[in-house]
Ligand binder design. Structure first.
Ligand code: LMR
Length: 391
């Protein structure tokens, strides 16, 4: 009798299972709109020139070694990353009550932050948007939260934000709940609240004593402007909130497999920094001890703009192609949404049809990664959407 005979087969991770299916498919016109990973106009992955240059310089730098990094990571990186998010002139930075922890990409930042909230502060309930990135629930549950609840976010009818639902659900949340918020370019819908709506959201979060935990995976990638894409987090800090923000460098620096991330912690009182850092140190020590150095050494600021403008252009081309081929319905949401993903409005059956019939790989929720679109496959995709919604 094996120790493992009772182990049940777990469900596949949809987004990575799709990538495998795509790779195994030998259909010539196949398209991968599943995973959120940048592709060039030729449909190829792209290592940013600045990353290549940094890697060459690092390889030749004999002063660097492979010693352990501190448990909380490379300080040069966490300081620069924290300032990139909050701004050099942020009150929290100036008053030394904000700091960063180098973690294993955005997922690691969420996990370490959630572990702290659940295990050190005893928080039990977290809220996530419906829909949200497929991993939020698993990360928070595994970190020790007892209950995850949805707040309404997407209106099927308007193919946009359900603001009334969102704000009502926040109002009804029990005090001290943790609220996961997407800093910009909401994944999967691509629809963000307006500035006025964010002001109301912040007001409710303050009134109801909720804790904002931002997820920032697309700073600079969404609009091409680092400041604009961080403006909501900066607004919350200026309003005096204490908060966490999970900062990923996978997308904006194209460093997916280097797992470069920063957990930004903003406190009220600089005197509490040492204690909070010490507790995070213990959590990290018990999970993976200390982070890897390579990706953190590479991170720099260039070359983000090229990616964001190609994606904005692909939104325009997709909408144009859908309208040109006479696809029934209104497709303006494609260009109104922002960032890496578009929530097309295709339902589960239609999305599955896109995969089965057209070899166009996309999530069952109707989410497509705009990065997989190129000038040469956009017409094929538009035709397939048209056939799918009319059949
Ligand atoms: C995505 O949403 O496609 C990416 O963030 C990949 C992932 O880890 O889910």
């Amino acid at each position: 009798m094996s120790w493992f005979s009772d182990v049940q087969l777990g469900p596949p991770i949809e987004v990575f299972a799709l990538s495998k299916q795509y790779n195994d498919d030998d259909f010539e016109q196949k398209v991968n709109l599943g995973v959120g990973a940048y592709r060039t106009n030729e449909g190829k992955p792209w290592v940013l020139p600045v990353v290549r240059a940094a890697e060459k310089a690092l390889a030749n730098d004999e002063t660097l070694n492979k010693e352990y990094l501190p448990v909380l990571g490379l300080e040069a990186f966490t300081t620069a990353a924290t300032k990139m998010l909050l701004g050099e002139d942020s009150p929290a930075v100036i008053q030394n009550r904000a700091f960063g922890v180098q973690v294993l990409s955005g997922t690691g930042a969420l996990r370490v932050g959630a572990e702290f909230l659940a295990r050190v502060l005893g928080k039990k309930i977290f809220y996530y948007s419906n829909p949200t990135w497929g991993n939020h629930k698993l990360v928070f549950k595994n970190a020790g939260f007892v209950e995850g609840r949805e707040y309404r976010y997407w209106s099927e009818k308007n193919r946009g934000l359900d603001f009334e639902g969102f704000i009502t659900d926040l109002r009804n949340a029990p005090e001290h709940s943790v609220i996961i918020l997407h800093a910009c370019a909401h994944n999967p819908t691509g629809s963000d609240p307006t500035e006025e709506q964010w002001i109301q959201i912040a007001d409710v979060i303050r009134e109801k004593r909720l804790f904002p935990f931002f997820d920032s995976a697309y700073q600079g990638f969404a609009s091409g402007d680092l400041i604009k894409d961080a403006s909501i987090v900066r607004y919350f800090v200026k309003q005096g909130f204490e908060l966490f923000c999970a900062q990923s460098f996978a997308k904006n620096f194209g460093l997916y497999n280097e797992r470069v991330g920063n957990l930004v912690v903003v406190l009220d009182n600089p005197e509490q920094v040492a204690a909070v850092k010490s507790q995070i140190t213990l959590l990290v020590r018990g999970m993976y001890s200390n982070p890897p150095s390579h990706g953190a050494r590479i991170v720099s600021r260039d070359n983000i703009r090229t990616m964001s403008s190609r994606i904005i252009e692909m939104r325009r081309l997709l909408r144009e192609a859908l309208e040109r081929v006479g696809t029934p319905g209104d497709w303006s949401h494609i260009t109104q949404q922002i960032g890496m993903f578009s929530y097309t409005g295709l339902n589960e059956i239609q999305s599955e049809n896109m995969v089965k019939k057209y070899h166009i790989y996309m999530l069952r929720s109707g989410r497509i990664s705009m990065c997989g679109l190129t000038p040469s496959n956009v017409d094929y995709v538009a035709e397939a959407i048209k056939d799918t919604v009319t059949s």
